[in-house]
Design a binder for this molecule. Structure first.
Ligand code: GLA
Length: 383
């Protein structure tokens, strides 16, 4: 992490003025409930103690200026600009545009962004940047949006400016997360419940495959379309079905013959994963970590074999964990095609496991595996 003073000095140098606000917004992990959010289903994520930080001020110019501290890159834009931007620029531009689309009275601003959420690891670094910015602009220009509205705004920035038709889990968690708790979120109604995460002698360990998810955005959007196709098929028989959350396993099985095989597979995964989220919440409430772990393995199996968003490296990391009695559960986390696995592991077994699996992983793929011990943290805040 960069010292706040260093970052503040950079801001002063660049923009010849002091910042007005500093906002921190966290990345997230997800215990279970993958690819269910855009199917109006349920998820069980948690905000972590690694954050993106933005420094902000109104600049009274006729253009806005942004600086990515970690990349040492600048860009300038106008708030009425219709140009396409790429990568990190589209997060900034997209958030500002989506706020304007909702009649926010934005003026031009200067922003510096810096972050500790690893990129491309499936911990939602991009959502944390968007959420820090949207929250900051909402404060700076007194727009009065609720956190739920801010979550929608950032989600739409991803859809329209980044090109990923993501669900709302990452943004909602970054904005609404609570230290030491998971967020049991209904992605249709946005009703949520904070569930204490009491792991006792166990901790959450992420194993980053260091496979970058290059396929992720195109395949992600394809999965979404396949689920929509599934809903269209079911609707013909049951008009009350508007999304896969409205479908029980029995109903799905009943209509199996009406589905192309691949669409059925995708829907089966989602319907089962929704059930697993509810079971996982019950398991956490009862302190049944063994059951939670089993559900995580089942989730991985579904993601890998039915939803087909895993990759050999992630499958390898999960398979290796199966041989270790100190690990209760493991699965790929996030959109897939790379990034991390999330593991529930006994604290005394961590060093040994990391050493062994790192060696095996390197031997197999000639790539490093990067471990992260996860600590939970608060959602977005003004520093
Ligand atoms: C990405 C998306 C989320 C969610 C996950 C998969 O992180 O941004 O909305 O769909 O993938 O669960």
């Amino acid at each position: 992490m960069h010292s706040t003073q260093k970052v503040e000095n950079k801001f002063n140098d660049l923009f010849k003025n002091k910042r007005e606000l500093i906002i921190r917004a966290p990345g997230r992990v997800n215990l279970i409930g993958e690819h269910t959010d855009y199917n109006e289903g349920w998820v069980l994520p948690a905000s972590i103690n690694k954050c993106s930080t933005v420094l902000l001020r109104k600049n009274n110019l006729d253009y806005s200026r942004a600086y990515a501290y970690d990349l040492d890159k600048h860009f300038e834009f106008k708030l009425n600009d219709r140009q396409k931007h790429s990568h990190w620029e589209s997060y900034i531009f997209g958030v500002a545009m989506e706020m304007k689309n909702r009649q926010a009275k934005l003026e031009n601003f200067d922003v510096l962004i810096t972050g500790e959420v690893p990129f491309g690891a499936g911990m939602s670094s991009s959502a944390s940047i968007e959420c820090a910015l949207v929250f900051g602009l909402n404060e700076l220009f007194k727009c009065g949006f609720s956190k739920q509205e801010l979550a929608h705004i950032t989600q739409m920035a991803e859809h329209h400016f980044v090109g990923v038709k993501c669900g709302i889990m990452d943004q909602f968690t970054s904005l609404m997360g609570k230290d030491k708790h998971c967020l049991f979120l209904d992605c249709k109604t946005l009703d949520y419940e904070y569930i204490p995460l009491e792991l006792n002698d166990y901790i959450l360990l992420l194993c980053n495959s260091n496979v970058s998810h290059s396929l992720a955005s195109s395949e992600y959007n394809i999965r979404r379309e396949q689920c929509e196709q599934g809903v269209e098929i079911l609707k013909k028989y049951k008009t009350r079905i508007n999304s896969l959350r409205d479908v029980s396993l029995d109903e799905l099985i009943q209509y199996k013959n009406h589905f192309p095989a691949i669409i059925y597979q995708r829907c089966l995964y989602v319907v089962q994963e929704n059930e697993r989220v509810h079971q996982a919440v019950e398991a956490l409430k009862k302190g049944d970590l063994n059951l939670l772990g089993k559900l995580m393995y089942l989730s991985h199996y579904g993601l890998s074999k039915l939803y087909e968003v895993s990759c050999v490296e992630l499958d390898f990391l999960v398979e290796q964990s199966l041989e270790n009695k100190s690990i209760l559960g493991s699965r790929m986390m996030g959109g897939g095609f790379g990034g991390c696995t999330i593991n529930i592991i006994h604290k005394d077994a961590i060093d040994d496991f990391i050493e062994k699996i790192s060696k095996k992983y390197f031997h197999q793929f000639k790539k490093e595996m990067t471990p992260y011990i996860v600590e939970l943290g608060e959602g977005v805040r003004v520093v």
